[in-house]
Design a protein around this ligand. Structure first.
Ligand code: C2E
Ligand code: MG
Ligand code: MG
Ligand code: MG
Length: 292
């Protein structure tokens, strides 16, 4: 019964995306405790697929929080709460460290993996961000080249000059930069040209309509051309149908990510999924159930 109630609350939050003030205070208190006790937080990993070979080219780490009473709370809800209450620095640090820890485990079992980590705009303002990242890499003996940070276009644009400085220092660690949710912000082309990014992710809203609407198709085609002209690899996020996959492949999109291939899953499932890479029937076994 408790589980069912938690599920309902989750749905309520997910729909409104803005918990009331009192609920936000409760959530930040519980999130603080989760961080202090290191309980209830977990990273799930969603593969990015090379559109030419059909093989996995890396994973994106997505944070999950299992609240003791509410059950699964979406990051769409608790990340903004963490930002508002000054917890995002600690939370982001936890994510980076956990991703590096997992990379080390995979590497030790013979799995060479590449992980993308989402960075909040608030983390870009953290003065010790780069040192913290360097710490995590060193502690788990991970080469910077194994890690990408995903920053949304709008986050990068909030303070373009400051972001640029952070990105350049991260690039010196060998870490790559990816521009997330591209097409939803307002970045100028001259700024885009200066960003030391390697990858651009086309927002799901365009991907959703790419097989059915000509305007979405025209935008995606133009973005892929632009990105390639700037030397960026393009990832389409939220690919759900074979029709979308076909159109995107035809347009030369480099990587595909979405439920069509795999949902975000716990580390142990990812390892099994990778072992069955190229065998679609097996992929479907490792659906995330706990957080659905
Ligand atoms: P995002 O970085 O753009 O991540 C993509 C979101 O789309 C994820 O939702 C993913 O589960 C979902 N998704 C992937 N494929 C599909 C698909 O085919 N269809 C649909 N409908 N959805 C798909 P999730 O995990 O709920 O995360 C939502 C957002 O929360 C992320 O958007 C990111 O902005 C933020 N987030 C998640 N983890 C972290 C984190 O560790 N740190 C920070 N700062 N933000 C995070
Ligand atoms: Mg992302
Ligand atoms: Mg995204
Ligand atoms: Mg998104």
């Amino acid at each position: 019964a408790a589980k069912r109630a938690g599920g309902n609350i989750h749905c309520f939050f997910a729909d409104t995306m803005d918990p009331g003030a009192l609920e936000a205070i409760e959530l930040q208190r519980d999130l603080r405790r989760a961080l202090e006790t290191n309980t209830g937080l977990e990273l799930h990993y969603q593969p990015k697929i090379d559109s030419r070979t059909g093989r996995i080219s890396g994973v994106e780490a997505l944070l999950r929080w299992h609240h003791p009473e509410r059950g699964a709370v979406s990051p769409v809800v608790f990340v903004p709460v963490a930002e508002r209450f000054g917890l995002i620095g600690a939370l982001g640090q936890w994510v980076t460290d956990e991703a590096c820890r997992q990379l080390r485990i995979w590497q030790d079992t013979g799995l060479r993996m590449h992980v993308a980590i989402n960075l909040s705009v608030h983390q870009l303002r953290q003065t010790d961000l780069v040192e913290r990242v360097q710490d995590s890499l060193a502690r788990h003996d991970i080469a910077g080249g194994r890690v990408t940070f995903e920053v949304t276009e709008s986050a990068a644009m909030e303070d373009p000059q400051a972001s640029l400085r952070v990105f350049e220092r991260l690039a010196q660690l060998g870490v790559s930069l990816s521009i997330d949710d591209f097409g939803t912000g307002y970045s100028s082309l001259s700024y885009l040209r200066r960003l030391p990014a390697r990858q651009l992710k086309i927002d799901r809203s365009f991907v959703q309509d790419v097989a059915s609407q000509e305007d979405a198709q025209a935008i995606v085609r133009a973005v892929i051309k632009l990105a390639h002209a700037l030397g960026l690899k393009v990832v389409a996020e939220g690919v759900e149908t074979v029709a979308q996959q076909d159109v995107l492949k035809r347009m030369g999109c480099d990587q595909l990510q979405g439920y069509l291939f795999a949902k975000p899953m716990p580390a142990r499932h990812l390892q099994l999924w990778v072992m069955g890479d190229g065998v679609p029937a097996r992929r479907m076994q490792f659906r995330d159930s706990q957080f659905e």
